[in-house]
Design a binder for this molecule. Sequence first.
Ligand code: DUC
Ligand code: ZN
Ligand code: ZN
Length: 489
Amino acid sequence: MADDHGAAVPAGQRRSNPGSFAAMGILIRGGDLVTARGLARADLLVEGERIAAVTAPGAMVGSPGVERVIDATGRLVIPGGVDVHTHMDMPAGDGLVSADDFDTGTRAAAWGGTTTIVDFAEQNPGDRVEDKLAEWHARAAGRAHVDYGFHMIIGEVNPASLGAMAGLVAGGITSFKLFTAYPGSLYLDDGDILRVMQEAARLGAVVMMHAENGIAIDVLAEQAVVGGHTEPVNHGLVRRPELEAEATARTIELASVAGAALYVVHVSCREALEVIRSARTRGARVAAETCPQYLFLSLEEHLARPGVEGASYVCSTPLRSRAEGHQESLWRGLATDDLTVVSTDHCPFCRSEKAMGLGDFRLVPNGIGGVEHRVALLYQGVVEGRISLPRWVEMASTAPARMFGLHPRKGSLTPGADADIVVFDPTATTTITSATHHSAADHSAYEGFTLRGGVETVISRGRVLVERGTWMESDPGGIYLRRGRSVLI
Ligand code: DUC
Ligand code: ZN
Ligand code: ZN
């Protein structure tokens, strides 16, 4: 029997008399529990919304408190996935909205074993931060099938937006995303970035950084279009790895000056990873995520496809060349913990919307889906011997929960934690196709991928959402999570 730390469960964390439950419970029996710290054969008892007990195999069988038994023999039992980077129902200008809203997006998440998302509310220049937060709450309330929290994007730095940060932190929004990309919209200069970082440091909040040198990228993009290079692949060619690395290095230094903790989002290339590794080696308070698209897809195989096929793969940061070895570097970064989290940046648009940028790659709406397949995609790292089972759980669930103020309620299988539990069948085969996925997007970035292993049963705060391939719940039961302080490193 093991707790979340791989050690024997202390007596105080066990139900001393496991046969005496008054409330009805769900027993998950016979499985191999995998947590960030280790593996153990154990049974799990769920009572109401929480994990009530972790017991020796068979200890609860026949107990009168057990109403429902889920047989997990031969299966892995893991904490529900935590995806801390999604964009549900996200307006993208000119009436465009990302394909999944909080209903379809969180349903897709649940099908794929993700039981918590943290989405982004967005303040653009001219907006009041508090108004945008209220808007995002209205988008999600009563629609989400799994629990959710928010980060806030600060798109304009002024006394009002800086002044709003304390109230947001008090309300559970303990992380703020800033952009060095997109001059003319979300771009912030170094002075404004420093101001937000100083306030975040004062409040104990984390700054999340979209690190690309947007000023230089816009020059290269304009030169490409003027030169007739308008196909989607040019989106990746002008957003050069050096420009991601430069912005990463610059903002790490700014965070260090401000005394702020920095989390670099969607790291896509070896050069940026090397900057992060060397800063972490020096003791900088910086952590980073990558996303499945940077591990599995590439510029030459996907973004370079002609027309809308290539446009479907436009996202920022962009897909990188496989020949240059970025994917291999990122996998190594995950193994060494220089990259700590894998989230999806789930932000799909339909093909007709992606086609709006044919003729000028700058007009393709940015984003790729993935919330449904992150857990199973990352399991391929275990299958291929790149990462261990506990590391798989850590990067998909425990580390993001810890870093964004949700642990041990989320990302853990200890008594008292929310009963967010996934039964994963390592012998199953998952074939990804938009014909059967649950996202509202009309295409999948991973179309035709065949994966080893598959999500079988998903429990979210004690509600069985998916059982052996059947959707079990109709009403959206996800709630807003008021997050605590982040523990970045
Ligand atoms: N950055 C994101 O994190 N998501 C979508 C687009 C972008 O630039
Ligand atoms: Zn971004
Ligand atoms: Zn994003």
